[in-house]
Design a protein around this ligand. Structure first.
Ligand SMILES: NC(=O)c1ccc[n+]([C@@H]2O[C@H](COP(=O)([O-])OP(=O)(O)OC[C@H]3O[C@@H](n4cnc5c(N)ncnc54)[C@H](OP(=O)(O)O)[C@@H]3O)[C@@H](O)[C@H]2O)c1
Length: 248
């Protein structure tokens, strides 16, 4: 059963990892997919072709999520190219880990700008369209680290916790217009972001997860399908942990 037939989704940061997984699963469910990336032009072109081969409309846009102006331009372009925006997934994110003692101001600011300010930028950019349509589903990618905190990630944890507060506030502001806003908090998902970690750390993490494995981009994508589709029509303001039981 295709759950997103005819809907248009913007997915930020989809040239690889979780975003790419979401784009693929959304296309399988019939969604038209507008996605962004930062610098991976070849990967973005390959994904665009792959999504189109699934029979949906798809386009990649090089757009810096941290830039307010680029987010405005992106929303305008997507509206022109696709004719509507039903779903926004704020997925783009980076890490710049260090102990607080060693963390420079630049690495704090950069992570907040790409991970948190981007969510403000994109939500503002699609708000008018969703208000006019009187419907919309916004899904923001936080992390278990935003719920629990993590040594060595003060910048990242602050950005991801900020997303939860922002998303709940949007749910309260826009609920009366049938615009829903929810958060997914992935646990340990095996992508290029986590490939930076050393193998012993990774083994330890897998062993500590109740389901005894790292997650896949598809695990996150399937949760996004639920929150994007009408199956979750009465769900807003929530944070869904998709973490193999990590925070239990
Ligand atoms: N992996 C995990 O275990 C995990 C756990 C919890 C939460 N998350 C969150 O899930 C999201 C995706 O993570 P991931 O593991 O898939 O990361 P990833 O493999 O590093 O991919 C990051 C994606 O974001 C894009 N991107 C980076 N900076 C950008 C910017 N300024 N503007 C637009 N796009 C930008 C990248 O584009 P380029 O390819 O062009 O650089 C890429 O497509 C992030 O928000 C992350 O914090 C991940």
């Amino acid at each position: 059963m295709k759950l997103l037939e005819g809907k248009t989704a913007i997915i930020t940061g989809a040239s690889r990892g979780i975003g790419k997984g979401i784009a693929e699963v959304f296309a399988d469910h019939g969604a038209n997919v507008a996605f962004t990336y930062s610098s991976s032009v070849d990967a973005a072109n390959a994904l665009e072709a792959d999504l189109k081969s699934k029979g949906v409309n798809a386009k990649g846009y090089q757009s810096n999520a941290a830039s307010f102006d680029e987010a405005q331009q992106l929303a305008e372009d997507v509206l022109t190219d696709f004719g509507g925006i039903d779903i926004l997934i704020n997925n783009a994110g980076i890490t710049k880990d260090n102990l607080l003692m060693r963390m420079g101001e630049e690495d704090f600011d950069k992570v907040i700008e790409v991970n948190l300010k981007s969510v403000f930028n994109m939500t503002k950019a699609v708000q008018r369209t969703m208000l006019k349509q009187r419907k919309g589903s916004i899904i923001n990618m936080s992390s278990v680290v935003g719920v629990k905190g993590n040594a060595g990630q003060t910048n990242y944890a602050a950005s991801k916790a900020g997303i939860i507060g922002f998303s709940k506030s949007v749910a309260l502001e826009l609920g009366s217009r049938n615009i829903r806003s929810n958060v997914i908090a992935p646990g340990f998902i095996e992508t290029e972001m986590t490939a930076k970690l050393d193998e012993d750390t990774v083994k330890g993490w897998r062993a500590a997860i109740p389901l005894k494995r790292g997650g896949t981009p598809e695990d996150i994508a399937n949760a996004c399908v639920f929150l994007a589709s009408d199956l979750s029509a009465y769900v807003t303001g929530q944070t869904l942990n998709v973490d193999g039981g990590m925070l239990t």
